[in-house]
Every structure is written in structure tokens, then in C-alpha cells.
Design a binder for this molecule. Structure first.
Ligand code: AMP
Length: 282
């Protein structure tokens, strides 16, 4: 079932709730791939009624060109979900439906998580994410919402968001789906040519090499250097950042201490296309 207005969605969801069914929610920006579908599968196995939103949220883009070029194909997306999960409710609102009072970004204090990595390079991005997800949660009122570890920093932001807003939704983290060469599935991959797609496998190879080289005695800078060298060796690839952070606070570190979990995070331009990925180091 495809709905485009908040009113129609809420009529459907009232019925679902009156039958005492639980609601699982998967927010997306469309151009769906098997990574998104793995979230729908998890939602389907853990709740009675799945809602997928498809909305390219303008307030989370800091770059007008990136927003303009973001791939869109609602007809394909609806078909793609229906093939495997025909009972899914798909909510695909227009911008004016979500931002009736204009495209205003709410401001949040995510206790520093919003200031590093994606937050540092994409000004206002996480305020935009917080704005739209808070609103989507209040419209859908899901029992559980499913997010990918592919966007690990976003996942941390969403967990913080629900503690700030006190919205009673459980956040479920889902593992990253990858291409056979390790490239994390992403809607943005559609903008890569075949050669770029093949070469982009080095992003995950580089992260995996950092993981293999990790020990508590190593320095973050020497692990990051391994990654830099790999990316710099490929023409047309441009490293925006490689960072190693405490997995919980997401604050970058230089030295490692035992009993702490670390993760490496990267953003790489492949031609004009900006790709991100991350890996647990220990
Ligand atoms: P997006 O449409 O890119 O905003 O992503 C919607 C949701 O799908 C987010 O929770 C993403 O983290 C998740 N997602 C995107 N790519 C993947 C992937 N390769 N594996 C698992 N989840 C993903």
C-alpha cells in the first residue's frame, strides 16, 4: 500500500493499532537496494506491520548539487518492496507535506556526536536528520525503528535523538550489506560507472586492513596512514577523512585503551560521488 499524505497514513495505522499489532519502521531516502531490504526483512521478522518511508529530506543536504543529483525512482522502489514484502505500507510524502511551514531545520544538542566526521564535513546535516526523523517518529509512532550500521554515526545520533525527545521507540541496528568486492551498498553507487564500482572495493579493503593491523599498542595515526596510502594510489579517488573513534562517544582518538571499542570511519570521493563506510576494529 502506497500513501503520500500524513492523514492517509494515520488512518491506516489507526486500524493496525486497533488490532493490537506492533509497528516496525524503516526510514529511507529511496533508490532502494538490498541494504534497505535487509532492514525491511528485520522489521518484518520483529514486528507485525512494517512501514517504509521514502523521502529525500532536503534539510539534511548541505550541498544543493548533491540533493539535485540524489537518485529517485518511486515506481521501482514500490515494485522492489512489493516483490518480497507485499503487506508493507509505503509512505512517500512530498516535501510540502513534511515541511508545511517551510524547510526549517530544528537544532539539537547531540552531545558532541554531531560535531565530528559527517557532522564536521556536512554542516547542519544531523540537525536535518534529527528534524525529519523526529517528525517521522511522531507521525508513525513505531514500536521499533530499523537503521543501518552503514551510517553508524547517524545510528548514534538517532539513539541520542530518542533520549532527547523521549519518543518511545526502540532503535534496532542492522549490519551493512555489501557488494561481492566489499563496497557497501548505497543509493549513491548508482552514480558510479563499472570501473569506479570495481575500484571502490578498496574502501572496504583499506578498512579491513586497518582492522587486521589493530592492536592496543598501535597508534591510530599509523592505521590511518595505511588507509590514506591505498586511496591516494587510485586516480580519481579523493580522501575526505579517515578517522578512528571510540565506538560509543564517536570522539576521535590517537591511542587505544583496553576494554574500549573502536571503529574506523571513512569518507571518500570517487569522482564526484561521496561514499562513506566504517568498520569495527576490535
Ligand atoms: P538511506 O536511504 O541511504 O538514507 O538509508 C536508509 C537506511 O538504510 C539507513 O538506516 C541506512 O543506514 C540503511 N542502509 C543504507 N545502506 C545500507 C547497507 N548497505 N546495509 C545496511 N543498511 C543500509
Amino acid at each position: 500500500m502506497l500513501v503520500t499524505t500524513i492523514k492517509d497514513l494515520q488512518i491506516l495505522l489507526q486500524k493496525v493499532r486497533s488490532e493490537n499489532k506492533t509497528i516496525g519502521f524503516v526510514p529511507t531516502m529511496g533508490a532502494l537496494h538490498s541494504g534497505h531490504l535487509s532492514l525491511v526483512a528485520a522489521a518484518n521478522s520483529q514486528t507485525n506491520q512494517v512501514v517504509v518511508s521514502i523521502f529525500v529530506n532536503p534539510t539534511q543536504f548541505n550541498n544543493a548539487e548533491d540533493l539535485k543529483k540524489y537518485p529517485k525512482n518511486l515506481t521501482n522502489d514500490v515494485q522492489f518492496i512489493r516483490e518480497d514484502y507485499p503487506n508493507t505500507i509505503i509512505f512517500a510524502p512530498e516535501v510540502a507535506e513534511m515541511y508545511a511551514r517551510g524547510e526549517i531545520r530544528e537544532r539539537f544538542d547531540f552531545e558532541g556526536i554531531e560535531k565530528v566526521m559527517e557532522g564536521a564535513f556536512r554542516q547542519g546535516h544531523f540537525d536535518g536528520v534529527g528534524t525529519v526523523v523526529k517528525q517521522l517518529f511522531s507521525i508513525v509512532q513505531p514500536d521499533k525503528a530499523f537503521f543501518g550500521e552503514k551510517d553508524y554515526q547517524q545510528l548514534a545520533i538517532i539513539k541520542k535523538l530518542v533520549t532527547i525527545t523521549k519518543q518511545p521507540v526502540q532503535i534496532i541496528a542492522c549490519p551493512t550489506e555489501r557488494e561481492p568486492n566489499g563496497l557497501a551498498k548505497s543509493s549513491r553507487n548508482q552514480r558510479l560507472n563499472e570501473q569506479q564500482k570495481q575500484q571502490a572495493g578498496i574502501i572496504f579493503e583499506g578498512l579491513s586492513e586497518m582492522k587486521a593491523s589493530f592492536s592496543f599498542n598501535t597508534q591510530a595515526s599509523s592505521l590511518k596512514q595505511l588507509f590514506k596510502e591505498r586511496i591516494q594510489a587510485v586516480e580519481g579517488f579523493d580522501l575526505e577523512y579517515i578517522e578512528i573513534s571510540n565506538q560509543d562517544t564517536l570522539q576521535p582518538v590517537e591511542c587505544f585503551t583496553e576494554n574500549t571499542k573502536y571503529r574506523a570511519f571513512a569518507a571518500v570521493y570517487v569522482g564526484e560521488v561521496r561514499l562513506i563506510d566504517n568498520i569495527a576494529l576490535n
